[in-house]
Design a protein around this ligand. Structure first.
Ligand code: PEP
Ligand code: MN
Length: 350
């Protein structure tokens, strides 16, 4: 395994914070954001110059012109500045402007051809590269993108967890599925792990809670979207916070980590997460069968609830659970809840 270096030299204690607007919109907006980011004590500013939008017709960024504003922000407020790249052209422009770092967006990480082109363009250059997780919860694809960069000789690499597109993400915009970044970190123990609560939550009220959760799970830092006037933002307006809110959020965050605890605790959590995922998958599979039963009963004019059958299931489960060290009372509550949901699904209620 090739070794990672710190994302930026000079960072010592505490979480690594990156903040800034989703997009660079104008010189004034960017400089106002930079002032706020610096006032919150954050040393690295993000701003998207080229925006990958899921659908055409949305704001696609102002392009290379905004790199000049980023440089101005850096000079004025002593920040490091980073932006998103997706093509060799973007990289050429970024290198020419001597931007401090780049990130690869979630839609780009999904595509090995694009990532390889980026890795080729960055060959032999010592620059910070942040790799967002791909939109699907595919740890191999994420790790593969990082390996492509390592193969090009890059070492200042961070993985950015921004959540995953799944069927039901509520209350989040992108489901966190914490077990995925934890598994990536298990495979690459020395990589810098950053969480992006803004894109996970999709709503500014969720940012603080998700930030604390990430730090508690052992992440090294956070990337938070911050805009001087979030409600007027040209992209991701719902999830950006003001510089004051950024400052408050950071002040309230607790950094509980000690290296030893982190490793032991991370292992337990990894295990718990993967068990919880299996429970969820099994529950979803069970409900799918229940819907099939519902359909069958409808076709055969049968009643949905057949109390005798449920009582049998419950009695058997209670006895088995007790033998396995789980209380009857607990199993009774779980089974009743599962049965209730099963009936609801059989009746096809939303
Ligand atoms: C962004 O950081 O503004 C962005 C587009 O993020 P993602 O690639 O995670 O969707
Ligand atoms: Mn954004």
């Amino acid at each position: 395994m090739k070794e990672f270096k710190p994302l930026f030299e000079g960072h010592t204690a505490g979480p690594l914070y990156i903040a800034g607007p989703c997009s660079a919109e104008s010189r004034e907006q960017l400089l106002a954001a930079a002032r706020g980011v610096a006032a919150a004590g954050v040393g690295i500013m993000r701003a998207g110059v080229w925006k990958p939008r899921t659908r055409p017709g949305s704001f696609e960024g102002v392009g290379a012109e905004a790199l000049e504003w980023l440089k101005e922000a850096r000079a004025e407020y002593g920040l490091k500045v980073i932006t998103e790249v997706a093509t060799p052209d973007h990289i050429e422009a970024v290198l020419k402007a001597e931007i401090d770092g780049v990130w690869i967006g979630a839609r780009t990480t999904t595509n090995p051809f694009a990532v390889q082109e980026i890795a080729d363009s960055l060959k032999g250059i010592d620059i910070a590269v942040l790799v967002k997780n791909p939109v699907s919860p595919d740890v191999d694809l994420w790790a593969g993108s990082i390996e492509r960069l390592l193969n090009s000789g890059l070492q200042r690499i961070a993985a950015v967890h921004r959540g995953f597109t799944t069927y039901d993400t509520s209350p989040y915009r992108n489901a966190p599925q914490w077990s995925v970044p934890i598994e990536l970190h298990r495979r690459m123990p020395t990589i810098t792990m950053i969480s992006d609560p803004s894109h996970i939550g999709g709503r500014r009220e969720l940012v603080a809670g998700l930030s604390q959760e990430a730090l508690d799970l052992g992440f090294d830092g956070l990337m938070i979207e911050c805009h001087p006037t979030p409600e007027c933002a040209l992209s991701d307006a719902r999830q950006q916070i003001t510089p004051d809110e950024l400052k408050q959020t950071i002040e309230r965050l607790l950094w509980r980590r000690t290296p030893v605890e982190k490793d032991a605790l991370m292992n337990f959590r990894l295990h718990i997460d993967s068990i919880d995922n299996r429970i969820l998958e099994l529950l979803s599979e069970r409900m799918e069968v229940a819907r099939g039963i519902g359909e069958y009963k409808r076709q055969h004019n049968m009643a949905v609830v057949q109390q005798g059958r449920f009582n049998e299931l419950l009695t058997a489960a209670e006895a088995r659970a007790e033998a396995m060290g789980v209380s009857r009372r607990f199993i009774y509550r779980i089974y009743t809840a599962i049965h209730e949901e099963s009936v609801r699904q059989q009746l096809d209620e939303k």
